[in-house]
Design a protein around this ligand. Structure first.
Ligand code: MG
Length: 292
């Protein structure tokens, strides 16, 4: 652990403890991929490194309950627990595909008209980093913006899913930062490096089930100052419309993620900056920016 991570970890612990303070205890069988309905109590699933061993768990308050396998695969509690402060949280899933929707809030469109269908692009699985990992800028990256977003996590294989059944394929949601180098985005043939570069996909801290993901506040703070703040109720294309649309063209697999778009305006980050994306009910995704 780097020296600077210790206080950040503590702050994360406090933030998560606050976010989870209303949690009810879950039953012994905790994960069946399927509908994430607001009738369920929220459950916070994480992936973590404890003394060099990577595990999946359920976070309740500041205690992690270790699972016997990936929470996407009907996992059960092992009975082992570990304090949150003793682990390094990792990105909660390891997706085969990282898909993103662009221009999906009217507040981000400026004077552009909303599209007739979702504007999709991809990031790369190797862009994914976890909470407290560093966003690393190469020497030629001079205009790198944050984009705080609600992120969909797929629970089961989805192909040609109608919108009215799309909820069955959503395991839960998490927070993401669709880090974007604007000059590359403008000048390159595709957004391959602008959106897909290593560390440009912060994700986490938890995948949460049981939330009404059609109305969650998404906030981005840069060095503690609120820069973006809007509800997912204002998405041009909502979660179910996005899952249905994407599944017409590519097969979605368990653990795949879809960044749903960013609200409002964005700005460049500098080395040393700390960026936080908070999704209501999910927790805070915090990352520091550094030079590679
Ligand atoms: Mg985006």
């Amino acid at each position: 652990m780097n020296a600077h991570e210790a206080p950040a970890h503590l702050a994360l612990s406090v933030a998560i403890a606050v976010a989870f303070s209303t949690l009810a205890p879950a039953g012994p069988v905790i994960a069946t991929p399927g509908p994430s309905s607001p009738q369920e109590d929220p459950v916070h699933y994480v992936r973590y490194d404890h003394a060099g061993t990577v595990s999946y768990g359920i976070l309740e308050g500041d205690t992690l309950h270790r699972l016997d396998r990936n929470f996407l695969d009907s996992a059960r509690r092992t009975g082992d627990t570990v304090p949150l402060g003793d682990v390094k949280l990792l990105a909660p899933v390891t997706p085969s595909k990282v898909i993103a929707v662009g221009l999906n809030y009217r507040s981000h469109l400026g004077d552009r008209e909303p599209a007739a269908y979702p504007g999709l692009f991809t990031k790369l699985p190797t862009s994914i980093i976890g909470p407290e990992d560093e966003i690393l800028l190469t020497a030629d990256a001079g205009n790198v913006h944050y984009e705080g977003e609600l992120v969909i996590v797929i629970g089961k294989e989805a192909r040609d899913v109608p919108e009215e059944r799309a909820g069955e394929y959503v395991f839960g949601v998490t927070a993401g930062n669709d880090v974007s180098e604007r000059d590359w985005q403008r000048d390159d043939l595709q957004w391959f490096r602008a959106k897909g570069a290593d560390t440009f996909g912060p994700l986490g801290p938890a995948v949460v089930t049981g939330l009404n993901y059609d109305d969650l506040l998404v906030q981005t703070r840069l060095n503690g100052e609120v820069r973006q703040s809007q509800s997912s109720a204002d998405l041009v294309f909502g979660v179910h419309a996005i899952v249905s649309y994407v599944s017409r063209y590519v097969t979605l697999l368990p653990g795949d993620v879809i960044y749903t778009g960013t609200p409002g305006s964005t700005a460049a980050m500098q080395p040393g900056d700390v960026v936080e994306v908070e999704v209501q009910g999910v927790g805070i995704l915090r990352n520091r920016v550094a030079r590679r």
